[in-house]
Write a protein that binds this ligand. Sequence first.
Ligand code: BTN
Length: 247
Amino acid sequence: MTALSRQLDALLPGLAVESVTEIDSTNSELMRRARAGRLEPVLLLAQRQTAGRGRLGRQWLGEPGASLTFSLGLLLAPPDWSGLSLAAGVAVAEALHPAVRLKWPNDLWVQDRKLGGILIETAAPSEGGPARYTIVGLGLNLAPREGDAYATPPCALRELLPKAAADAVLQQVAPPLLQAVLGFEQFGFAPFQARFEARDALAGRSVRLSDGMVGSAHGVDTRGALLVHTAAGMKAVATAEVSVRPA
Ligand code: BTN
């Protein structure tokens, strides 16, 4: 057992750590397994994804060695699911570096440049019950990618931590991430609210949402909804179907 397996097993007995050279998407693979009735806890790491997925149907691109891509899959039955992705983001940001901030709901940002993101998906076991197989996928840029032609290029962790290597970063983030997910299942989002706000990249800024809403961002409520002060008053934006940008 590796040091990482030992640490994760201590938090959730039986959790296996698997590593593959190439796969379409670690989230997709754990979703296929869940649909086939394989609901055991696992962390699946891929050196390369050929069809990595992001939120809102976007692609996640990452080259071997230049990014860290993994998914954590486990059965969860929290009384309230709201805010899980924010809690996961808090754990990863805190584990990485003080300069890493969170752009609601769970983008990891450094000085308004995207460092990484989290994609959470769930599947209901066929036997029913309140628990869902929950897949928490994390993608992190470690090194700048050749040929990125964005107006604002993504951030790479090596800008903050020049020696950052995938295995060491995995060891740094996976245990706090698992701990946060298990803590969320028991206590919900409320214990993460202040921690999110300490890293909130949008706080006090003018924002524009993809549904047309404009206003200024005022942190999150106890369930992780984004609070936006608009001309029509304070609105709580709970749906992850919208995206938000500084205006
Ligand atoms: C986002 O920023 O929209 C979320 C990106 C999540 C990417 C990770 S990489 C590992 C896991 N497998 C996927 O296909 N997606 C997530």
